[in-house]
Design a protein around this ligand. Structure first.
Ligand SMILES: Cc1cc2nc3c(=O)[nH]c(=O)nc-3n(C[C@H](O)[C@H](O)[C@H](O)COP(=O)(O)OP(=O)(O)OC[C@H]3O[C@@H](n4cnc5c(N)ncnc54)[C@H](O)[C@@H]3O)c2cc1C
Length: 493
């Protein structure tokens, strides 16, 4: 059974790219906007974000006298992209970053008052909320998505359809699109209903493909096979397939960011989706051990640490000093979730734990003497008595055999797919010699902003900046005449 709906703008995907797209489309005159998400609720990976969103020349930066500029920000992003980023997209990203952060604060009703300098940035510009009144960290991605979803629900022109998977995107005879989707049944035993949407324009906001092992093997065969991922299982790259069916150009699909530390849950060690063990655990001084020995500078880049891990898990070891600086409440949360073992008093108990194993992190032949020597050598380097054999020069904490430890088994995981559908600065989907008229893309489904490496905080920003542009331009799309004009411009490049 197939039902037919109609729309001015159909947004596929309800993460941080899709939600602003739907809002802007309605704001710019679209009277019927459909926002479709295959999950039971909107949010996607955007809801998992914890570090924050970047902005240069924002309200919060001004209030804290933090010097920054869009050009400094653009330079950092281009440097990180190692020559692969599209300068036109980066220019838009940086120049619209402050208004994107203001948009999020206003529309989602969140106060992004905390500004930190994340790795690779030359200014403090990654914005998140202050901790809750009980001291617990505020989940910034979750709060932003919830706030925007609430805002979308107030807008009459937007209808949100969840539990509906878009399976096909086809050109219509009149220049619009036919979108086909499978709508999950409301009750057990019922069949999925196929529904069709006749729509003037489409915004692809389906996220990346970090959870699709087959696509990773196809596009990034250099990666170790069957790596787990920090992404939810919705990150299947369906938007790439939909765009490709209309001739879209795909770029940089081999550029995949791995994160060195995702928690291995000993109760479910083979789970494909893993909880992220944040950078700050290492930033505040945790060390990493394989076979009872350190093997890398824990403050090296993600890529250096992943390479040193050689596809194997490692034991992340914190002590009370690290826990105090990181956040005791969050460590307690990890402990309750079974992701960390806490309260391990002294190196004898640590050795026992390593012999018995924590998930795949097992060291049957570890000795107390060996571990004591390892921690002693580290602390001697931290005190400047001798250089660190692994080249570490900054030591946020010292370790002693008598410390109380908190430990976790961690593994490298696929974190972010930099490549995707090629877009121009108006978020139009590009194909050879022009654009696909009426088709837009934003967020992780698109490629071109991050090049070879995404800076922390740049993905949420990209979603908002290009999601807004996509929604606005889709609403204002004037039809094929506009596309001919764009095609003429592209052919001159
Ligand atoms: C653990 C974690 C922490 C992160 N922290 C940060 C951070 O602090 N700062 C930062 O900038 N970035 C961070 N990132 C990256 C960032 O969160 C994502 O790249 C970004 O949110 C992607 O947003 P999106 O809207 O493109 O996709 P998503 O938010 O993933 O949304 C895509 C949506 O599309 C839906 N969908 C997919 N296919 C279909 C289909 N065929 N039909 C219908 N619906 C479909 C999905 O269900 C999903 O809800 C983090 C990522 C992870 C995994």
């Amino acid at each position: 059974m197939s039902a037919i709906r109609s729309a001015d703008v159909t947004v596929i995907g309800g993460g941080l790219a899709g939600l602003p797209a739907a809002l802007e489309a309605a704001q710019h005159g679209a009277t019927r906007v459909l926002l479709i998400d295959k999950s039971p609720r909107v949010g996607g990976n955007s809801a998992k974000a914890t570090s924050g969103i970047n902005g240069a020349n924002t309200r919060a930066q001004a209030g804290q006298h933090l010097a920054d500029s869009p050009s400094l920000f653009a330079n950092d992003t281009l440097r990180s992209g190692q020559g692969r980023s599209d300068p036109a997209l980066v220019d838009v990203l940086a120049n619209e970053s402050a208004s994107a952060v203001a948009f999020v604060e206003h529309e989602a009703k969140v106060a992004l008052d905390v500004v930190v300098q994340a790795g690779g940035h030359s200014a403090a510009r990654t914005h998140r909320e202050a901790p809750r009144s009980d001291g617990k960290p505020a989940p910034v991605g979750w709060d932003i998505v919830q706030g925007l979803a609430k805002r979308v629900a107030e807008v009459e022109a937007v209808e949100v359809v969840t539990g509906a998977t878009v399976t096909a995107l086809e050109r219509d005879d009149d220049g619009g699109f036919h979108v086909r989707m499978d709508v999950k049944p409301k009750a057990d035993g019922q069949q999925a209903e196929v529904q069709e949407i006749k729509t003037r324009t489409v915004v692809l906001a389906t996220g990346g493909f970090s959870a699709n092992a087959a696509l990773l093997a196809k596009y990034a065969p250099h990666l170790p096979a069957q790596l787990p991922t920090t992404n939810g299982d919705w990150a299947q790259g369906e938007g790439l397939v939909l765009a490709q069916s209309l001739g879209a150009t795909l770029i940089d699909l081999d550029q995949v960011q791995l994160h060195p530390t995702a928690f291995v849950d000993p109760a479910d060690p083979n789970a494909r989706t893993k909880f992220l063990a944040p950078e700050a655990l290492r930033g505040h001084g945790s060390i990493l051990l394989q076979h009872g020995r350190r093997f890398t500078n824990e403050l090296g880049t993600r890529a250096q640490i992943v390479a040193a891990m050689a596809g194997q898990p490692a034991l992340l070891v914190a002590n009370d000093a690290v826990v105090a600086k990181f956040d005791p409440a969050v460590i307690r949360f990890y402990g309750k979730r079974g992701l960390m073992r806490t309260g391990i008093v002294g190196v004898d108990a640590l050795a026992d734990l390593m012999r018995n194993g924590l998930g795949p992190c097992v060291v049957p032949d570890v000795t107390v003497a060996g571990l004591t020597a390892e921690l002693g050598a580290y602390t001697a380097a931290a005190k400047g008595e001798k250089p660190d054999v692994l080249g570490k020069t900054v030591f946020p904490a010292e370790f002693r055999a008598t410390d109380t430890f908190a430990v976790a088994c961690v593994t490298p995981a696929v974190h972010y797919t930099m490549g995707g559908v090629r877009i121009d600065k108006d978020a139009r989907v590009v194909r050879n010699g022009g654009v696909v008229p009426g088709l837009y893309a934003a967020g992780e489904v698109s490629g071109g902003v991050h090049g070879a490496n995404r800076l922390a905080g740049n993905s949420l920003l990209e979603c908002v900046v290009f999601g807004r542009r996509a929604g606005k331009n889709a609403a204002l799309f004037r039809g094929v005449e506009e596309s001919k004009h764009v095609a003429a411009r592209w052919s001159k490049l």
